[in-house]
Design a protein around this ligand. Structure first.
Ligand code: NDP
Length: 331
C-alpha cells in the first residue's frame, strides 16, 4: 500500500473532497510503466482537479497531478527498464488518467521522456508542466525569428509558474525581459530572475478602442489572455509574435481588433504542452537543462507535501502562488 491524494465525489450532494489515503498498485489504471513517483507540482489545472473538478475530471475516485518525475519500477515496454529516471507531462494524466499525487503511478510509455542529463527529479518538477510550456513558448518565438537584441520581450502573469520560468529562460538567453505582474511585492523576485523592467498589470488592463498603439514589444509569452492580450497585440512591433499559453485573466481576447495582424503582420502562436509529441518534449527538456540556470530555479521553489495540496489547489486558482510548488510525495 502507498499514499495518494484521492478526490472523491458524493453522488447525493455532488460535492467533491480530497484527502490523503492508502491505495494499492492493483488500484492503479492499467498501462505499461509503473513509476515510483518522487516529485509532482501544482499547476492551474491541478487546482481545478483537486477542487470542484472544473469539468476536467472524468471519473471519481480520482488521483490528480498533471506531472511527475520519478524512477521506473516495472515496465512491459522495451524503452524503459527498472531504475530509469523519467518525467511525465501532459496527455491528460491527472485529468482523464490517475496522476502524480501518489507515491506510485502507472502510465503509457509514450507519455514519458527520460530525465535529461543536468536535471534531477526535483529540478525537473520545479520546472514541471508550467516550465516546459515556458520553454515551448520561447522555442516557438525563436522559430518565428526572435533573437536577443530585437527589443524587450514581455512576459505576463510573470510571478506565476509559466511566467517565472519564461522570465528566467529569456533573461539567460540575453533578452531584455519586461515582466507584467499584478503583485508589486514580487518586484525583487522577478528582477532576481532576470527581468529588466516591471510592468504593473493595471497598465495593460484598460480596454481601448484604438486599432493600434505604439510599437513596443519584440515578443511576448502570455499566460493571461483577456483584456491584457488584446492590448498587447496592438503594441507588438512589426512582424513579431505572441506565444499564447493560458487564460488566467479570461478565456477571451478582449478589445482586440484585426489590425495588428493585417497592418503589422503580428503572429499569435497557440502553445499546447499537453499533446506534444515525444521528440518535441525531449528537445524542450534538453533545452531546459541547458538554458535555465539552476540557481534561478531554486529561487522559484516552494516545497509542499501531499497533505498541503487541497489548500494549494485553492491558492493557484486565485492567482496567489508565486513561482513553482514542488510536491515531495514521500515527505
Ligand atoms: P499561475 O497561477 O502560477 O500563474 C498565473 C499568473 O497569472 C498569476 O500568478 C498572476 O501573475 C496572473 N494572473 C492571475 N489572475 C489574473 C488576472 N485575473 N488578470 C491578470 N493576471 C492574472 O499559473 P501557471 O503559470 O501555471 O499557468 C498560467 C496559465 O497557463 C493558466 O491559464 C494555465 O492553465 C495555463 N497553462 C497552459 C499550458 C499549455 O500547455 N498551454 C500549460 C501550463 C499552464 P501576477 O501575480 O504576476 O500578475
Amino acid at each position: 500500500m502507498f499514499n495518494a491524494l484521492v478526490v472523491e465525489k458524493d453522488e447525493d450532494s455532488g460535492k467533491t473532497s480530497a484527502a490523503v489515503k492508502q491505495i494499492a498498485v492493483d488500484d492503479l489504471p492499467e498501462a505499461e510503466v509503473l513509476v515510483a513517483v518522487e516529485y509532482s507540482t501544482v499547476n492551474y489545472k491541478d487546482g481545478l482537479c483537486v477542487g470542484p473538478g472544473g469539468g476536467l475530471v472524468r471519473r471519481y475516485p480520482h488521483v490528480p497531478g498533471i506531472d511527475f518525475a520519478g524512477t521506473v519500477e516495472a515496465s512491459t515496454d522495451d524503452r524503459y527498464k527498472p531504475g530509469d529516471k523519467v518525467i511525465l507531462t501532459g496527455w491528460r494524466v491527472g485529468e482523464a488518467h490517475w496522476g502524480g499525487y501518489a507515491q506510485k503511478a502507472r502510465v503509457r510509455a509514450d507519455w514519458l521522456v527520460p530525465l535529461p542529463e543536468g536535471l534531477d527529479t526535483r529540478a525537473a518538477m520545479a520546472v514541471g508542466t508550467a516550465g516546459l510550456t515556458a520553454m515551448l513558448s520561447v522555442m516557438a518565438l525563436e522559430d518565428h525569428g526572435l533573437e536577443p537584441g530585437h527589443g524587450p520581450v514581455l512576459v505576463t502573469g510573470a510571478a506565476g509558474g509559466v511566467g517565472s520560468v519564461a522570465t528566467a529562460i529569456l533573461a539567460h538567453l540575453g533578452h531584455e525581459v519586461a515582466a507584467v505582474t499584478g503583485r508589486p511585492e514580487t518586484e525583487d523576485y522577478l528582477k532576481d530572475l532576470g527581468a529588466s523592467r516591471i510592468v504593473p498589470r493595471e497598465e495593460l488592463t484598460e480596454v481601448t478602442k484604438k486599432p493600434l498603439e505604439g510599437e513596443q514589444w519584440a515578443g511576448c509569452v502570455d499566460a493571461v489572455a483577456g483584456v491584457m492580450l488584446g492590448r498587447i497585440l496592438k503594441q507588438m512591433k512589426y512582424g513579431t509574435s505572441v506565444a499564447a499559453v493560458g487564460l488566467a485573466g479570461g478565456a477571451a481576447i478582449e478589445g482586440a481588433l484585426i489590425t495588428p495582424f493585417i497592418l503589422r503582420g503580428v503572429n499569435l502562436l497557440g502553445i499546447d504542452s499537453v499533446m506534444q509529441p515525444y521528440e518535441n518534449r525531449l528537445r524542450a527538456w534538453e533545452r531546459i537543462a541547458r538554458d535555465l540556470p539552476m540557481e534561478k530555479l531554486e529561487a522559484m521553489i516552494r516545497p509542499a507535501t501531499l497533505s498541503d495540496l487541497p489548500e494549494l489547489g485553492r491558492d493557484i486558482l486565485k492567482g496567489q502562488v508565486k513561482g513553482r510548488v514542488v510536491v515531495d510525495v514521500n515527505a
